[in-house]
Design a protein around this ligand. Structure first.
Ligand code: AMP
Length: 281
């Protein structure tokens, strides 16, 4: 396994591999790897000649009061994790390499970026699309692997890839969960043992919503009310949002129809956790 720290070196390595006719699969991450990342890496390895993992905690997707500084950085552990997953190349650039002095560009996908998490994290998705556009130009993968856990992020990136004609195929893989349903996330390490137990209510609330819909409830506000009360019984942290939206536009639904994304963001102590499920009506 190679570790490459400079974007120009990465571009040369990829050119050489492509010259030999190799197919390139790519999994971008912020590190602190877990089984959710492993599921993307396994698929990537299976479907491509060369699998590239990037580890970069991207300052541009954090606003000043967010957790950029304390975001877990566990490179040595991640390196071993990646070896076990038979990753071929880790791309691990510095902030200066990605954003050298004089960097002025940003990529913005309007509309989709302003819904759900975008309302609470202004500028976040602009940071995500800017870094992913750069990573796609550096790694130039045939296939890009993303997780459904970050549903809005996946949609924003899919839209960018289509709108800007990146020659990359995007695959979105299912959310990997702990035994009690909590979605795996690097931020779960912020949870105290009590908060960790309480946080399983998120998936329980999503499943309760699904059940209500299966039993004929089509009024989003009633479903949200029940989810909110389940969740507030387990955390005193703010509920940023619980929403039922159209799964392709992310617009709020007044009555449920088509593909519905049920998404939420809730604070447990210092951890802001997100989760979602999709349901076809
Ligand atoms: P992150 O390192 O959190 O930025 O995530 C990197 C990639 O892993 C993104 O495409 C995420 O959607 C994906 N991912 C994170 N958690 C999970 C999970 N529990 N299941 C599946 N994919 C995940």
């Amino acid at each position: 396994m190679k570790i490459i720290r400079h974007s120009q070196h990465m571009q040369s390595a990829i050119s050489a591999l492509k010259f030999k006719g190799k197919s390139i699969g790519f999994v971008p991450t912020m590190g602190c790897l877990h089984a959710g990342h492993a599921s993307l890496l396994k698929k990537c390895r299976k479907e491509n000649d060369v699998s590239v993992l990037s580890i970069f905690v991207n300052p541009r997707q954090f606003s000043p009061q967010e957790d950029f500084k304390r975001y877990p950085r566990t490179f040595k552990k991640d390196e071993n994790f990646a070896k076990k997953e038979k990753v071929d190349i880790i791309f691990h650039p510095s902030v200066d390499d990605m954003y050298p002095l004089g960097f002025l560009t940003s990529v913005e996908i309007r509309n989709l970026s302003e819904q759900l998490c975008g309302r609470f994290r202004p500028g976040h998705f602009q940071g995500v699309t800017t870094v992913v556009a750069k990573l796609l130009n550096i790694v130039s993968p045939h296939v890009l692997y993303l997780g459904q856990k970050d549903a809005q992020q996946a949609m924003v990136i899919q839209t960018m890839v289509k709108d800007l004609n990146f020659p990359t195929h995007v695959k979105v893989l299912p959310t990997i969960r702990e035994h009690d349903g909590l979605a795996l996330s690097s931020r779960n390490i912020y949870l105290s043992p009590e908060e960790r137990v309480a946080a399983r209510v998120l998936y329980q609330a999503l499943l309760a919503a699904k059940n209500q819909i299966r039993n004929g409830e089509y009024k989003p506000h009633r479903i949200i009310q029940k989810m909110r009360s389940m969740i507030l019984a387990k955390t005193s942290g703010p509920v940023d949002y619980i929403e039922l939206v159209d799964a392709s536009t992310l617009k709020k639904l007044k009555t449920l129809q088509g593909n519905v994304l049920i998404a939420l963001a809730v604070w447990f102590g210092r951890a802001r956790l997100i989760d979602n499920i999709t349901i076809r009506i």
